[in-house]
Design a protein around this ligand. Structure first.
Ligand code: ZN
Length: 459
């Protein structure tokens, strides 16, 4: 029989064993390539508008040339316009290129992938649940390093450094039987929670208190559940100062709740797995586009949308040479803001639009964070074109599926078995096959739709 040690003992042992790494250099601790990019980003955030634009332009020119010379997809795009990358002399010229859609990635990945893809040490990207329709592609190692560096700068905007103790909430299954992992080298407490109930919340608060976590990285859905728990149990998180979330629009209520119930400042960020867009909230509350990473455009039916007007967000990752994403239609809505920010950074300011999203189902005993799990499942070449979970009340969830031709009975069984397992049989699950899943009025796709009282306003 395996010996199960108590959490407090494991924690102390891990802290002791980390001491032997005390003298290790930051480069070996964090990765030299990422660290170099991070240091660059700390400087470039203070660049002038002209400096930022010329840096972007240089990267964009390289990317266009590369895509034209090394991919069948972009070569055809330019040829059909009777154009060559050398004809792209301004952003206005660039905007003549058609959008790349999610369907293009799904259907033409091989043609979009650079012939010399391997030389960029590609990293796999899989998206699923949050968009309701799976997507599979690659990014170059360099683009991944840039993403990591940008995420460090995002934390830095909120005053969080390498030395700050952080707790990160992960909705996936924990790698071992233990629900948490503490990494003293990186000052990180990783907490795994698919099902969240009073027991897991107490455990999380106890551990992060012991760890003296000053900052939390979590989904907004989880933060809302945590806020409710803290309020009900009259708990204050003594050390916690900041919470970082990423995803859809965070409402003013969310910010107030985090301040009042958790005594923290909330920092929002905008991004997606495809890494075609990226923006981070600064200490002055503005959402700055990470211009060194992505080129973001705001367009409506008439072309470039004026600042302050709601528009489609089109993104280009300036570093991904493995599968270039050039003018990618994110299907998100937002706007470029007219005014800059008093923080002094010239990185453009934007707003993301859309209502509250949720990534969990409420059950009798707690909350189940389903998005990651179903994304993992439907990514496995299942015949699912789209999927949505519609919670009609606390005991019933309708599982809507848009099938592809390849969908089989085994796919249904696997999805339902996983859902039954996650919800521990506490909700009645009904599968419903539909031709399409409508978007909200603002064009947003809801992976989890809920009729429960505390649910999102359905925009
Ligand atoms: Zn700012």
């Amino acid at each position: 029989m395996a010996l199960v040690l108590p959490d407090s003992l494991i924690y102390s042992l891990k802290r002791l064993s980390a001491l032997r790494f005390a003298g290790i250099s930051p480069a070996s601790r964090w990765g030299a390539a990422q660290l170099k990019k991070y240091q660059f980003l700390l400087e470039s955030q203070w660049w002038s508008k002209d400096q930022l634009q010329s840096y972007q332009w240089q990267l964009l020119r390289n990317l266009l040339n590369h895509a034209y010379n090394n991919t069948e997809f972009y070569r055809k795009r330019f040829d059909s316009l009777g154009a060559h990358p050398s004809d792209v002399k301004s952003l206005d010229d660039f905007r003549k290129l058609p959008y790349v859609t999610k369907d293009d990635v799904r259907n033409s990945l091989t043609a979009m992938q650079a012939r010399n893809c391997d030389q960029f040490q590609p990293v796999e990207i899989r998206t699923g649940g949050s968009t309701g329709a799976p997507l599979h592609m690659f990014k170059s190692r360099n683009a991944e390093h840039m993403r990591v560096a940008v995420s460090w700068r995002t934390l830095k905007f909120g005053g969080v450094d390498f030395d700050t103790r952080k707790v990160m909430i992960n909705h996936s299954d924990s790698p071992a039987h233990r629900q948490w992992h503490v990494d003293f080298l990186r000052q990180l407490l990783l907490f795994y929670t698919a099902q969240t109930n009073d027991r897991t919340m107490s455990m999380l608060l106890k551990l992060s208190g012991k760890f003296k976590a000053e900052s939390m990285i979590a989904s907004i859905g989880f933060v809302r559940v945590l806020g409710d728990f803290a309020e009900r149990e009259k708990i204050r998180l003594r050390h916690l100062k900041t919470i970082f979330v990423i995803g859809e629009a965070v409402s003013q209520q969310d910010r107030l709740m985090v301040e009042q119930r958790l005594g923290c400042r909330l920092f929002d960020a905008y991004g997606m797995r495809e890494n075609a867009v990226s923006a981070s909230e600064c200490e002055y509350g503005s959402m700055h586009i990470n211009s060194e990473f992505t080129l973001m455009e705001f367009e409506n039916s008439g072309g470039v949308a004026p600042a302050g007007q709601s528009a489609k967000i089109i993104g280009t990752n300036l570093h991904n040479f493995a599968v270039p994403l050039i003018r990618y239609n994110t299907e998100d809505l937002g706007q470029l803001c007219k005014d800059g920010c008093s923080c002094g950074r010239n990185l453009p300011v934007m707003k993301i639009e859309g209502g509250r999203s949720r990534d969990f189902i409420k059950t009798k005993s707690g909350y189940v964070f389903v998005t990651w799990h179903l994304a993992q499942l439907i990514d496995k070449n299942m015949g699912v074109a789209k999927m949505q979970l519609h919670q009609t009340d606390t005991s019933r969830v309708i599982v809507r599926i848009v099938k592809r031709e390849s969908f089989t009975d085994a796919d249904e069984s696997a999805i339902m078995a996983r859902l039954r397992d996650l919800t521990r049989g506490e909700v009645d699950l009904q599968v419903q096959y539909v031709d399409d899943i409508p978007r909200t009025r603002l064009g947003k796709f809801r992976f989890v739709k809920s009729d429960l009282a505390e649910s999102q306003s359905d925009d």
